[in-house]
Design a protein around this ligand. Sequence first.
Ligand SMILES: [Zn+2]
Length: 215
Amino acid sequence: MRKHCSFYRAVLFVFIFNNLIAFNIGGIQMNKEKIMEAVTMLIEAIGEDPQREGLVDTPDRIARMYEEIFAGIGQTAEEHLSKSFTIESNDLVIERDIPFYSMCEHHFLPFYGKAHIAYVPNGKVAGLSKLVRTVDVYARKPQLQEKLTSEIGSAIMEYLDAQGVMVIIEAEHLCMNMRGVKRPGTKTVTAMSDGILKTDASLKNDVYNLLGIRA
Ligand SMILES: [Zn+2]
């Protein structure tokens, strides 16, 4: 009986320990070895030689690069948006032309462009750099432009408790420029609005005017 108890205690300890590690690093840990193996296989599969000079360090380079460009996996912008300041008046806040880079989840090729964020506060505002960080968190993972737009907007509603939000993203997708229809320069525009920026047409028009967009 005692033997069983210590066995279960050990299992429980391992379970808690593993979960603590996962928790501490924010949910997902990247397996660098596995990325390197996969890239080596990819190089072989396209008929190239993974040992030739130019390619021999490519698996390691890509693994290190993925740690950076996919750093948003499993993360939210809660940490950034909870560092807010109290304000007296709830006037419209607009941060425009926030540059971002993301990876299209359908082709694993970059899409990049500018995000514009407008929100009506509810007694508190986020530091302007925190909006940039918010865009980064959601851009740094395999992503779709539509989802990126709505995730940024939802984060501002939820973590900043805004009265309303509008997010507009214009981006170029390398999967459109390099392959398929091949139309370099084509921009995809996505937009979302929530709260009073969804329901109040005149406020919405203010945002369009300030961003220089014709509604
Ligand atoms: Zn794509």
